[in-house]
Design a protein. Structure first.
Lengths: 392, 151
């Protein structure tokens, strides 16, 4: 599975981007020198590191310079006719580009920090394929889209500022976004035709939903609507997988989709079984209510239901299944020897990890265990009542 | 997919005798109540609706008014690992199908939504388990007290 990084992760990856940041700074100097000649050239393209188009180049520009470019109509009319310049031209000529909503300053923060931040937020930068080469371009291109990625972690709202930069890519991902929140700009297709760097960035993936997903085609990949849509979907799926990993204890260390899914499946199964066992336990707890005249066998049954501690002999094959609570001592008195034998039988079942969840009846691993007895009886009863109330 | 009922999961009660039949039935009803509790706790969710309709179906209620969603296409795993080798895709797909069976209503869902539902389902299950455990502990305590008091 491709390593993904949600926008909220920010897990100190910025360190790895230092070489790329340095490179991007170098690249910016190049751009500046080129700009001084006031000729917009395909040579504006970034160094062979990205080998990209001028689209990428524009994105790679430091923010103020890019805005400068946008402001300057003259330089916009004579870009070279490389495929990538198409977009560039479009952007320069489009007057709408200039209207930034009020309150949004066109001057972005310092470049290096932006790049760093965006690189951290960009999950794409960690993905495979022309990675080394495209990472710089990603960090470049992320210059222009720091806001949508950086801001949603802060607030799930308006990446309004980068409209000029974002509009071209918007349509592809918007198709994808089920929860497409902000309609940023016109959905223009053709420009992203050939272009270079694209990445999938997750917005606010730590939360319950993804507002929208930026999708950009990677260098060398097709940028037609289908693949972009697919890529967006994959990004969403990866984000959700991350969320699941966080939910399941001990899952974040595991790498590899299949193993992670294994863990998730185990966890769900264990929880379902806990529900069953607890319901059986509850069935035995208060026999007076429903049962009349069955007290005799109920005392025997109590042992059956009594979820024993480890003494019950049920092997805990998967430690991941169980939290490790304190054992409720009160239960032991209800342990019947016969019961222990029964539990033993169940635990003897071979532990077939990979196939256990393939059957329709994955019930061979019997896993009651001490985790069900996490509570002191009387003392915390009132506390639990309150918990019950709040939970319900 | 019918969730395996308690008989199959708790193998030691596979053969209900006269002695424990009443107890089993009570256990099953409690489990159903627990699942309804699950449903009620997360009403808007797809898995919640699916579980609810399954429960109502079991109770014998025909008209639950639930809407059947179209089946998701079969190639579930390709979304995730479309670029990887076939082996991996197969492996992952097997697991995804297993997950689909576990999560109520999961078979209708494509991968991304399936994961989302799974996350919510896990949370709800965990909450339910906590509640039931607390309840069982409480009742145990009360029973013990009662016994101590000479009940």
């Amino acid at each position: 599975m491709e390593p993904t990084r949600s926008s909220g992760a920010g897990s100190g990856n910025s360190g790895t981007y230092t070489p790329e940041i340095a490179e991007s700074l170098r690249f910016e100097e190049e751009i500046q020198s080129l700009m001084r000649e006031n000729t917009v050239h395909p040579s504006l393209e970034p160094p062979p590191a990205t080998g990209g188009s001028s689209f990428t180049a524009l994105l790679g520009l430091p923010a103020n310079q890019a805005v400068e470019l946008l402001h300057d109509p003259d330089s916009g009319d004579s870009p070279a006719a490389s495929g990538g310049c198409e977009m560039w031209r479009f952007r320069l000529r489009d007057p709408k580009v200039m209207t930034l909503p009020s309150g949004c300053s066109p001057t972005f923060p310092s470049n290096a920090s932006l790049v760093e931040r965006a690189a951290r937020f960009s999950i794409f930068a960690a993905e495979d394929s022309p990675e080394a080469a495209s990472v710089p371009s990603h960090t470049h291109s992320s210059d222009h889209s720091p806001k949508p990625k950086a801001e949603p972690p802060d607030s799930d709202s308006q990446p309004i500022c980068p409209i000029p930069g974002e509009r071209p890519q918007r349509p592809a991902k918007r198709k994808e976004a089920e929860k497409g929140i902000k309609v940023k700009g016109p959905a223009k297709k053709g420009r992203s035709a050939e272009e270079g760097s694209a990445k999938v960035a997750e917005d606010n993936t730590g939360g319950d939903k993804l507002p929208y997903v930026h999708v950009r085609a990677r260098r060398g990949q097709a940028t037609d609507s289908h693949s972009l849509a697919e890529r967006a979907r994959r990004g969403k799926i990866n984000a959700r997988m991350k969320l699941l990993q966080e939910l399941v204890p001990g899952c974040s260390k595991i790498s590899g989709t299949a193993l992670v899914l294994d863990e998730i499946i185990n966890h769900v199964q264990s929880l379902q079984r806990q529900v069953e066992l607890l319901s059986m336990r509850l069935a035995a707890v208060n026999p007076r209510i429903d049962f009349s005249g069955v007290d005799s066998f109920l005392s025997a049954e109590c042992g059956r239901v009594a979820v024993g501690n480890g003494r019950g002999g049920v092997g805990m094959e998967q430690s991941a299944w169980m939290e490790a609570p304190a054992v409720n001592g009160g239960r032991r008195q209800q342990q019947q020897l016969q019961q222990q034998q029964i539990w033993h039988v169940d635990s003897v079942h071979p532990h077939q990890m990979p196939s256990v969840w393939e059957r329709d009846d994955p019930s061979h691993l019997f896993n009651p265990g001490s985790s069900l007895l996490g509570y002191e009886p009387a003392n915390s009863a009132s506390l639990h009542i309150n918990q019950l109330k709040t939970e319900l | 997919m019918e969730k395996q009922d308690s008989n199959r999961s708790l193998s030691f009660i596979d053969t209900p005798t006269a002695a424990n039949a009443g107890f089993l039935e009570r256990g099953r009803r409690i489990k159903m109540a627990a699942e309804m509790g699950l449903v009620e706790s997360s009403r808007g969710r797809h898995w919640s609706r699916a579980l609810r309709s399954r429960l109502l179906r079991r109770k014998g209620n025909g008209a639950c008014g639930c809407k059947e969603e179209g089946l998701a296409p079969c190639k579930v795993a390709e979304d995730l690992v479309g670029e990887d080798g076939d082996d991996e895709v197969i492996e992952i797909e097997r697991r995804v199908r297993a997950l689909q069976k576990l999560v109520p209503g999961g078979e209708d869902l494509a991968m991304d939504q399936l994961f989302e539902e799974t996350a919510d389902y896990i949370e709800a299950l965990q909450g339910q388990v906590n509640v039931m455990r607390a309840l069982a502990g409480l009742l145990d305590g009360l029973e013990k007290e009662k016994r101590l008091m000479g009940g």
